[in-house]
Design a binder for this molecule. Structure first.
Ligand SMILES: [Zn+2]
Length: 495
């Protein structure tokens, strides 16, 4: 069986009873009926964990968790338990009894992406079953070597609550709502002196871990810090780890994967949700416990009337959003039409590539005036590289309107006409009141001058009346927004 073609499927199919139970669970967590958080998101969370289940987890990490009073996650390889310099079943039971979470690191630490479909599933399934059969509570798969694909994510969903991967981009290090449940990102302990480009401190310095912990506290979310017990032993880094745990304890909640998921797992998530930049366009839908949504299906946000102001800058709009807002004529700063500010619908497109943070030349706004006969729109784009808008540009897809017969009469005032058009309208004799001849004719109205100069300069507006089946033509001009001149017969047409 191949997973490559499975682009979109629901993670879970739930019946009514399950919906009810889920709903009650949300209410208990402080959710209202619409799934929105009625309380603040819980304190920032930090998870500490180790991979491989080496004996050094007992000799070097267990003393630290005992001293600091926390539980770590241990991702173990069932085929190595009791073998060589690895922990025994009894060791793992002791750890679990002391608050550790024992979870899967696959059956034999295989490089999953090199395996066949069946082999990859066996590696994941057998380890998950071993964890459960031996009474361990971990339900999160920790991927060996950080090597995984869609196939592994989909297989893991059959046996696990979540998957932890290694981190690929500093901007994704902290897991935020909606969390990528099957791609939880992790930060790794290191003994290198290389500078962490995001934090600005050496990889092996306390300051680096403090910087990341402070960041998750400031921004909210879940920081997953992993190591190997054998590395801590080899590097003599017990004190560093102790210091980091002690610092994290003072500002954040230390949780295992299960505890973190209990607080922050998503309300719903499709199988291939990813917040990796290159994967964020794959078909997905994820909704977090605090009501945030990620999807490649574009979501349109409706904003309360007049809440968007003309002074708002491009960066005031969150990337990957389209917002709709009604504005009424009390609002200033929007494009002006004859008679002043008009009500209208404002649409803001904040669409720059996923992961980009300063590519706002992609942002633009569109203002559609209320009730105009025309298809007039105004558009402004964000400036390239500046958090500013260009001036509004008027945009009319066509300047010619072929109006139905008798749509316009001589009584229509200049400021009642659609702006920026040449309108052609037949008039029959019964509707020719006010025309220069009481006869059928072709009525031509030109308001393009209002669009090309000032929208209040009505001297550019004129009308012509071409009498049916003759060469007789009259013309009149607007002298202001509510007054027409008298009709004048055009001199070059002789009668
Ligand atoms: Zn490993």
């Amino acid at each position: 069986m191949s997973f490559q073609g499975s682009s979109f499927r629901p993670l879970v199919v739930i019946d009514n009873k399950e919906i009810r139970e889920k709903f009650n669970e949300f209410k208990n967590r402080g959710m209202n009926a619409r799934g929105r958080s009625t309380t603040r998101i819980p304190r920032a969370m930090v998870t500490f964990g180790t991979d491989d289940g080496a004996i050094t987890d007992k000799t070097h990490l267990l003393p630290i968790t005992r001293a600091t009073g926390i539980g770590m996650v241990n991702a173990v390889i069932p085929t190595r338990v009791q073998a060589g310099n690895h922990l025994t079943l009894a060791d793992l039971q002791t750890m679990q009894a002391e608050g550790w979470e024992i979870t899967s690191h696959t059956w034999s630490h295989a490089d999953l992406i090199t395996l066949t479909d069946a082999e990859s599933e066996e590696e994941i399934r057998k380890a998950a079953e071993w964890i459960e059969a031996n009474g361990f509570g971990g339900r999160t798969l920790c991927i060996p070597y950080g090597h995984y694909g869609d196939r592994e994510k989909l297989i893991a969903q059959k046996y696990h609550r979540a998957v932890r991967v290694s981190n690929t981009d500093a901007k994704l290090t902290i897991n935020k709502t909606p969390i990528p449940t099957f791609e939880l990102k992790s930060l790794w302990f290191s003994n290198l002196t290389t500078i962490d480009a995001a934090a600005g401190f050496p990889l092996n310095s306390f300051e680096r871990y403090k910087w990341w912990i402070d960041k998750v506290v400031a921004e909210g979310g879940w920081l997953v810090l992993f190591t190997h017990g054998w590395e801590i032993a080899e590097w003599g880094a017990s004190q560093l780890l102790t210091d980091v745990i002690n610092y994290a304890k003072t500002v954040a909640d230390i949780v295992t994967f299960n505890e973190g998921l209990d607080r922050m797992d998503n309300v719903m998530e499709s199988g291939l949700y990813s917040n990796n930049y290159e994967r964020g366009y794959d078909p997905h839908f994820a909704m977090s416990m605090d009501g945030k949504i990620s999807s490649n299906y574009q979501l349109i946000t409706k904003i309360k009337k007049n809440e968007i102001k003309s002074t708002m800058l491009p960066m005031d709009f969150e990337n990957q959003t389209i917002t709709l807002c009604n504005v009424d004529s009390t609002q200033t700063g929007w494009p002006m039409l004859p008679g002043g500010y008009k009500a209208g619908v404002l649409t803001t497109y904040a669409i720059q590539p996923i992961g980009a943070t300063w590519d706002i030349g992609y942002y633009w706004q569109e203002f559609k005036p209320y009730g105009t006969v025309s298809s007039t729109r105004f558009i402004r784009s964000a400036k390239d590289g500046e958090n500013l808008w260009h001036p509004w540009t008027r945009w009319d897809p066509s300047v010619t309107i072929n109006a139905r017969i008798n749509t316009y009469t001589a009584a229509t005032l200049p400021n009642e006409l659609p702006v920026g058009f040449r309108i052609q309208c037949c008039v029959n004799s019964a509707n020719s009141t006010g025309m220069p001849a009481a006869a059928t004719g072709l009525f031509i109205i030109d308001t393009t001058g209002l669009a090309n100069s000032s929208p209040t300069d009505f001297g550019f507006v004129y009308q012509e009346y071409h009498r049916y089946a003759t060469n007789e033509v009259w013309r009149r001009v607007a002298t202001n927004g509510t007054t027409w001149s008298s009709w004048q017969k055009l001199s070059y047409v002789s009668t």
